[in-house]
Ligand binder design. Structure first.
Ligand code: NAP
Length: 247
């Protein structure tokens, strides 16, 4: 029996875990951070909560006799990816990064790219329009000083910590439709959209809606990643697993 750890928190991680779980020769364990109150659970074994840092993760890999690790965490989950890269290198367990491609601009788009949430907040301060903030509940304090700007904030669970004073909060996890996003943009007179470069189809409609209503897009670049082979799709990840340990 081959044991595969899938570091999750994304749709791709769930899809990979389901496919592997259907194979009799594979034991798949999905790991979730435990940030979301009611996470969508993948099929197969699931463990929830941090490992306690890279050393503890390395110990865990040895104890559970893990043969391969697939880091399918969100493109902006930097710490767990660094931890996985370190633990894989000291244990010699093969590591794959499964990461959907980032979004690309279409004809006529003129997205403003920022390196950080603070950088995005500086662009928003310049644009000074009604802003739809979709960067997640972490890091909203970067926008808290922008007291003169009205925000529509959408995230899965209620944010903690400082937020911009003038805002409406919507709790939702998608996936979203173009029709639904257009209704949101129009009903709130949205002039600026702020997003991370998460990639994928589930949250893409907001970008299409922004183009249709002529809203400016402020997009946060992905952080750099540890050195590891990368698969862009679940099919590519399955092919990598097959190559690393055939059968
Ligand atoms: P992070 O900053 O990289 O992780 C912080 C700590 O949380 C890690 O050091 C680790 O704790 C624990 N952790 C994170 N992912 C884990 C996992 N899959 N399994 C076990 N422990 C995990 O990550 P984050 O940005 O807080 O994101 C947390 C989770 O939410 C990730 O799994 C990610 O896929 C998902 N997510 C993140 C975003 C985002 O924008 N950041 C968006 C959507 C989904 P220990 O050091 O104790 O092991």
């Amino acid at each position: 029996m081959r044991s595969v750890l899938v570091l999750g928190g994304t749709a791709e991680a769930r899809e990979l875990a389901s496919t592997l779980d259907a194979r009799e020769s594979v034991r798949v364990i999905s790991s979730l951070a435990g940030r979301v109150a009611r996470p969508r659970l993948p099929e197969g074994e699931v463990r929830i909560g941090g490992f306690g840092g890279p050393e503890r993760l390395a110990e865990w890999l040895r104890e559970e006799r893990i043969d391969d690790v697939v880091d399918a965490t969100h493109p902006f989950a930097e710490r767990i990816s660094a931890s996985a890269a370190w633990a894989a290198s000291v244990t010699g367990v093969p590591l794959l990064r499964l990461e959907r491609p980032g979004w690309t601009e279409g004809p006529g788009d003129a997205w403003r790219w920022a390196d950080t949430l603070e950088g995005a907040a500086a662009v928003v301060a310049d644009l000074a329009g009604r802003t739809f903030l979709t960067t997640g509940r972490q890091g909203l304090e970067a926008f808290a000083p922008l007291a003169g700007i009205w925000f529509l904030i959408r995230c899965v669970d209620p944010p903690e910590g400082a937020m911009p004073p003038r805002h409406e909060l919507i709790l939702d996890r998608g996936p979203y439709t173009l029709e639904g996003e257009l209704e949101l943009f129009r009903s709130r007179d949205i002039e600026v959209l702020v997003t991370k470069d998460s990639g994928g189809e589930h949250t893409r409609p907001k970008l299409d809606a922004a183009r249709q209503v002529g809203a400016a897009v402020v997009i946060v670049r992905r952080p750099s990643r540890p050195d590891a082979p990368v698969a862009n799709t679940v099919a590519e990840a399955l092919a990598w697993l097959e190559r690393v340990q055939p059968g």
